[in-house]
Design a protein around this ligand. Sequence first.
Ligand SMILES: NC(=O)c1ccc[n+]([C@@H]2O[C@H](COP(=O)([O-])OP(=O)(O)OC[C@H]3O[C@@H](n4cnc5c(N)ncnc54)[C@H](O)[C@@H]3O)[C@@H](O)[C@H]2O)c1
Ligand SMILES: [Zn+2]
Ligand SMILES: [Zn+2]
Length: 394
Amino acid sequence: MKAVTWQGRRKISVEEVPDPTIKEPTDIIIKISSTAICGSDLHLYEVMTPFMDKGDVLGHEPMGVVQEIGNLVTSVKVGDRVVIPFNIACGKCYMCDRGLQSQCETTQVRSQGRGAAFFGYSKLYGHVPGGQAEYLRVPHGQYNSILVPSDFGDDRFLFLSDVLPTAWQAVEYANIPEGGSVVIMGLGPIGDMSARISKYRGAGRVIGVDLVPERLVRSKARGIDVIDLSKNEKDLLSIIQDMTDGRGPDAVIDAVGMEAHGSGFEKAIQTSARILPDGPASALIKKAGIDRMDALHKSIDIVRRGGTISIIGVYAGKVDPMPLDTMFDKQIQIRMGQANVKRWAPTLLPLLTTKDPLGTDDFATHHLSLNEAAHAYDIFQKKEDGAIKIVLKP
Ligand SMILES: NC(=O)c1ccc[n+]([C@@H]2O[C@H](COP(=O)([O-])OP(=O)(O)OC[C@H]3O[C@@H](n4cnc5c(N)ncnc54)[C@H](O)[C@@H]3O)[C@@H](O)[C@H]2O)c1
Ligand SMILES: [Zn+2]
Ligand SMILES: [Zn+2]
């Protein structure tokens, strides 16, 4: 089959790889009909290269049709239409029982000290072949699949794999009081959807911050107040305070993560880690503070005293510098983590089967063939051609 493979820093190619086969009786195999590219894939594309091997198959946001099932699979049958959660979870362990599927104790990558494995996401997360391909083996597919109806196009349901549950969890963890205020740092797919969900769930004031013109325009068109960071960096705090009774918002969602614009010093460390040979580089990345912290540090300044920061952007540095004096003095609450996809699926599915209040049908800006993956990664990373969310069609 054809699959999107990682070949080196900023090098992606579509290659012929062996078709997947059933290995465990709870596996399923799906024929992929749509598969999206995520901001998390961009971390592998450039920064996390020491954890990648040439030929790794990327992707963790797929959906398609069940092609084959293992002997013990009863939850789906051949021909069913399913979306696959990005985390691989068993559905039976202590963590899964508590709705913490991203910490599944059956699939935890203990050799790397990590939580649940996930698709197409480097040695750190289990080295499992990903879903930007024609077919995908889904370990624990008995649990790790979301059955969706046959009506509507793929885009209605595709984002159940990641964007929707991730943004839902971001808003849940932000703990915005009824009618309260939230600032969302970053209006990529995750921040954009977090803004939509905050509004849908009754936040009184939703403010989005980014620096890419198309992303600002897109959120504004959905009734979000937007601030262009490129023009208001110095006054950001006072602008937001003026919009929130001088106090700052009840909550901030950091939907930027480790590659924030405007973090010059940390960018230099990320770059130097990248040019070291893999062994020392992965050690440096694991031990040092390699994250670009601009968005998180701004979130700490922006949030009101006693407010909540929900960190949904991914960070990976071990000793990132944090202003603990400010965090303690402001009595800031912080929640974070990978999304527990299956936990939120039953809440989200009913929103997708009648109306489309979150606008999933036209959420993707680009539909490209799998063969165009290299171009797709390039424009998504450079934020060119209005690329905000790209769906590949095998
Ligand atoms: N926790 C999870 O389960 C989970 C799931 C999916 C994605 N993510 C993470 O969420 C983050 C966002 O993903 P995405 O798909 O939306 O990707 P993205 O890279 O397209 O979005 C990031 C956005 O942040 C903006 N930005 C950069 N620096 C900024 C700054 N200093 N202040 C404000 N905005 C800034 C960028 O212009 C961009 O629009 C990534 O770190 C990704 O890895 C986490
Ligand atoms: Zn993703
Ligand atoms: Zn589990």
